[in-house]
Design a binder for this molecule. Sequence first.
Ligand code: ATP
Length: 302
Amino acid sequence: MESTSTPVAQLAGAGKRFGATRALHGLDLALHPGQVTALLGANGAGKSTAVGLLLGLLAADAGKVRVFGQAPGTPTVRRRCGAMLQSAGIPERLRVGELLALVRAGYPAPRSVADCVALAGLDGLLARRYGALSGGQQRRVQFALAICGRPRLLCLDEPTTGLDIDARQRLWTAVRELVAEGSTVLLTTHYLEEAEALSDRVAVLDDGRLIAEGGIDEIRARVAVRRIRCVCPLPAETVAQWPGVLEVVREGEALRILAEPAEPLVRRLLERDPGLRELEIRRAGLADAFLALTRPALPEAA
Ligand SMILES: Nc1ncnc2c1ncn2[C@@H]1O[C@H](COP(=O)(O)OP(=O)(O)OP(=O)(O)O)[C@@H](O)[C@H]1O
């Protein structure tokens, strides 16, 4: 979904250095109202730095950062933002109910405690001390604190790391509800199925640079990686040596191959094995596309 609306938040040519490390190089990124944008990238690619700039926790040393048309991090802007960060810095001695009360008090029209409990899955946890909770329970509390102020902009930095399957699904449902209410979400994640399930747009960072940005289908379409399956007796080790082949797995009679692009490989397979059967070629998923975008260039396929 391309958006022509005024962005809720925008990084324009944003740069950030930490000493000799250039964490971000001239990043352009716009978050549009009511959309979920997934910011993807390997460890150290610059995702949390981008989130830090948007929240005003870090100052850009090049370019411009605007949130609701203003400088980030001012009290007015903060009252419209919620965030779940990797390092939470939450006082461990406080009880969950006390934490919620404190954070809700900072917002003009906070969500009810009952709503927060339901959305974040905090049943039975309000009277517990934060420091005594399990890692997954603490993540759920962090999510509740991020959403309790009905933020118009919600930044979720790897929100489901450490959550069990049930809690992850619940968080996805909650994010969808918030978006339906009109929130704009920036999500960083290493789980590409999460980006696929939740986001409208994807931005891929590599070493501090934006290397791809667009709707999920656009990103998938941008890479020529294909998943190929066929019944064929050729040894997987032989096929693995061919140009353009990224991965080969034998499954009984079948070979499962990841290749970019597919056509030269299929021609070669048919030349070597005219009896090849049950040929299937599927387009890449987001995970395949992400790997193709971020890996070093391959030799040209023959
Ligand atoms: N406070 C800091 N001091 C020094 N270097 C930093 C600091 N914060 C980030 N960096 C460096 O900036 C680069 C980008 O880091 P960032 O945390 O933004 O990456 P990331 O994409 O969020 O990674 P991850 O997936 O591991 O969370 C890395 O090289 C990191 O080491």
